[in-house]
Unconditional design. Structure first.
Length: 457
């Protein structure tokens, strides 16, 4: 091996809690803004900005299709970045301020005509999502190069998603009260100022993430001979990565359907419109507990075995929600919390499997494309969100849902099917897919030994 090449390192590296929390703050930053986009952008555009709902729906679809181009491009770019701070960490500094500025601009209401407002919304939302891609893909890839140890990777991801849920809980609990407080009756001003506060917190969290983490797993510093398209299609030949991508699609269909159906479930099935925010926030907090338990359990249990156990729990408690009678508020909170607890064991484990599949693929190709793997995984996530959102609308319409009215027995059944049975169906499908996944901790130990021998030759 030449003197210019750096051996793969970090196989048995144990990361400190400080670095894990620092890394997790990166997803706190992402989630603070992204949860506002998911939960409040639609109502902001229709009720504050003044756009028609159909126009907003088209806007979000077009921007999501555009993401299909930017995601793999960003993954290829990040994999080819070389700086003294590493490949992925610099983006946390370079992109964080533009990300914060665009978040504020996207929630700003300019004094324009209807057509000009629509153009403004397209431009600011599209650029915000592009900037989100530019910082989130390198951030995700960073988690794969902090260490090569499979258990530590799972631990890192559990810290990440625990802190992501903390960011989500902050957003669901405080955004609308802050809009009212800072706007003093002017919702347009309130949203703008609220996003200014949240964006400032997000930028600070990204900077802390940069300064508290270090890239330890380094590939040979040779010239990259393949292009981005070749990297992407080479990834599709990795059978284990394909399985994790399919799991991501199925899991995000579940997330999208249950998330979209939650307000309908609380308002019409539980008949407690006043509890919508509390229901969401309780789910976020139980998710934090699930992610934290993942950090503890992966020290003693192979993460593939833990994943299979958690999917069983998710199936059981989503199924139990289907049989809960209407109006059972305490029971609904309890079962929803348990379902979310097991779901947030699944999510960090799924993300920790991505670098494992990269290591597995490196045995076949001799090359690691960490950011490309995460960018393509993000595409799978977005596909799941798109399918889940579409299925929610189609099923509610099929069962006869009518807005702002007392719902028929058929419509109530439809709400329950989307909210609970989607979790059962997707959970069973995930369990079947995972029967083919073979990258256990023991198998990965063999992979890393082979990689170490290859680099040392």
């Amino acid at each position: 091996m030449s003197g210019n090449n750096t051996a793969l390192s970090g196989e048995s590296t144990t990361l400190g809690v400080r670095e894990k929390i620092g890394y997790g703050l990166g997803d706190t930053a992402s989630n603070i803004i992204f949860q506002v986009v998911i939960n409040f952008m639609m109502i902001f555009y229709t009720d504050v900005f003044g756009l028609e709902a159909a126009a907003v729906g088209t806007l979000m679809l077009v921007v999501r299709l555009f993401d299909g181009v930017t995601d793999p491009l960003m993954g290829g770019l990040a994999d080819r970045t070389r700086t003294r701070w590493g490949r992925y960490r610099p983006y946390l500094i370079w992109i964080s301020i533009p990300y914060g500025v665009l978040a504020v601009l996207a929630f700003t209401t300019p004094d324009l005509g209807d057509n000009a407002k629509l153009v403004y919304a397209y431009v600011t939302y599209a650029v915000l999502m592009t900037i989100y891609t530019a910082i989130n893909i390198p951030y995700s890839a960073l988690g794969g190069v902090l260490t090569e140890d499979p258990t530590e990777r799972a631990s890192v991801q559990s810290f990440r998603f625990a802190m992501a849920m903390v960011g989500g809980a902050i957003v669901t609990a405080l955004t609308l009260p802050m809009v009212d407080l800072l706007g003093a009756g002017d919702k347009a001003l309130g949203f703008q100022l609220t996003m200014g506060v949240l964006a400032s917190i997000a930028v600070l969290c990204f900077w802390i993430c940069f300064y508290t983490t270090r890239e330890r797993v380094v590939e040979e510093s040779q010239a990259v001979k393949s292009n981005i398209a070749q990297d992407f299609f080479a990834l599709l030949k990795n059978d284990q990565w394909n399985l994790v991508a399919l799991v991501a699609v199925l899991l995000l269909i579940l997330v999208a359907m249950r998330g979209a159906a939650t307000p309908y479930y609380v308002i019409y099935f539980l008949q407690r419109e006043d509890l919508v925010s509390w229901f969401f926030t309780f789910g976020m907090l139980t998710g934090v507990a699930g992610a934290c338990c993942t950090n503890f359990l992966t020290r003693y249990v192979c993460k593939v075995r833990l994943f299979n156990f958690a999917i069983l729990g998710a199936i059981v408690f989503h199924g139990a929600l289907f049989f809960l009678p209407p109006g059972q508020v305490i029971g609904a909170f309890l079962l929803f919390g348990l379902a979310n607890f097991f779901q947030l064991i699944l999510v960090p484990l799924m993300f920790s499997m991505i670098p494992d599949t990269v290591d597995y693929g490196a045995l076949k190709t001799g090359k690691k494309n960490m950011a490309m793997s995460y960018s393509a995984h993000l595409l799978a996530i977005k596909l799941g969100l798109a399918i889940g959102g579409a299925l929610t609308g189609w099923l509610l319409d099929f069962y006869g849902y009518v807005p702002n009215q007392l719902q028929s027995e058929s419509a109530m059944s439809g709400i329950l099917v989307v909210f609970s049975l989607s979790g059962v169906v997707c959970g069973v499908a995930i369990a079947v897919v995972m029967r083919l996944y073979k990258l256990t901790n023991r198998y990965l130990d063999e992979v890393h030994r082979e990689l170490g021998r290859d680099v040392g030759r």
